[in-house]
Design a protein. Structure first.
Length: 318
């Protein structure tokens, strides 16, 4: 699945780079609007059979009962109390319930029961806390590259393209050698590499790479390549694999989507908004005045060290 995401990102980067370089940005949004329709068409081709886990015997799993099971048990008990025989109950099966409201209630109950598991609520706390303690300043990095380093939009797209290629390489490396390593150790090394990457970004913002004799593009290519591969190997794929391991049976889709959504919410919503708040209140960087951009990078360096305190929230094999 992650390999497919990487290949899709490669195609998207090339198309986006050419479009933003030669056309008005509105055309990017115009073409992007069609992808929702494409996804909807493919989603309509999915059937119930695609949701079945061939490797799981439903008759032997009883860790967390579903809402439908509770409903059936309650109806059977009411019928038995009313004088119905077991033979009549077997001959007249209880009809299944369905519908949006019922499914919504069932999913919320499943999430509520799963959150009572230590591994799951620890992960939720980890993602939320990491989003708060590790602010993102990526939008300011974009303007720094455009206005201070003076790279073109197409070059920026090529850098993102390189990152997508590195995602594929990272996925292959993880599958070959890293699947059996404890997740907490993988996250530890991911945090360590992230701290190094934050320091290098600070050095780049201070333009120390030129003092060291390293050209801007060489520095960007090296950091993007190395840290993109390492990020996939040490953080993204281990976390996804951990989701699959700790998700209770029979509600895999609901809980996996909940955990993934929580991680994305923390990384895409909480972290950037915290970064924007910090900049608005104290640093005051904008696309026309990037003189204090290095201060944002310094804040990222400090926060990259602070989040090591969250490491005990990651479950271990024991």
């Amino acid at each position: 699945m992650y390999l497919s995401t990487g290949f899709g990102g490669i195609t998207g980067c090339i198309f986006a780079g050419l479009t933003t370089e030669h056309f008005h940005p509105k055309w990017c949004f115009f073409w992007y609007s069609f992808f929702g329709l494409v996804v909807s068409v493919f989603a309509c081709q999915l059937t119930k059979d695609t949701e079945k886990n061939k490797a799981v015997d439903d008759g032997t799993i009883s860790e967390i009962s579903t809402s439908q099971e509770n409903y059936e048990f309650g109806v059977r008990r009411e019928r038995i109390n009313g004088g119905a025989s077991l033979e009549s109950l077997n001959q007249n099966p209880i009809p299944l319930r369905n519908g949006f409201c019922f499914n919504l209630k069932k999913n919320c109950q499943a999430i509520g029961r799963a959150l009572t598991l230590r591994e799951i609520y620890f992960l939720v706390i980890f993602f939320i806390a990491k989003g708060i303690l590790s602010p993102s300043f990526e939008e300011f990095s974009y303007f720094f590259l455009m206005n201070e380093i003076h790279i073109s939009k197409f070059t920026f797209a090529l850098l993102v393209l390189l990152g997508q290629i590195c995602h594929i390489i990272g996925a292959l490396i993880y599958k070959a050698w890293c699947r059996n390593i404890d997740t907490r150790w993988m996250i530890f090394f991911a945090m360590l590499v992230g701290a190094i990457g934050s320091f290098l970004n600070f050095c780049f913002a201070k333009r120390w790479n030129l003092v060291w004799g390293v050209p801007d593009m060489a520095f960007l290519l090296f950091t993007d390549t190395v840290f993109s591969v390492v990020g996939v190997i040490l953080y993204t794929l281990p976390i996804m694999a951990l989701f699959a391991k700790i998700t209770p049976a029979r509600i895999e889709g609901t809980i996996f989507a909940f955990l993934t959504g929580t991680m994305n919410f923390a990384g895409s919503i909480i972290s950037p908004n915290v970064g924007t708040f910090i900049n608005h209140q104290w640093v005051h960087v904008n696309k026309k005045d990037l003189s204090n951009y290095s201060t944002l990078c310094l804040i990222s360096c400090i926060c990259a060290l602070v989040i090591f305190a969250l490491l005990p929230l990651i479950p271990t094999k024991t």
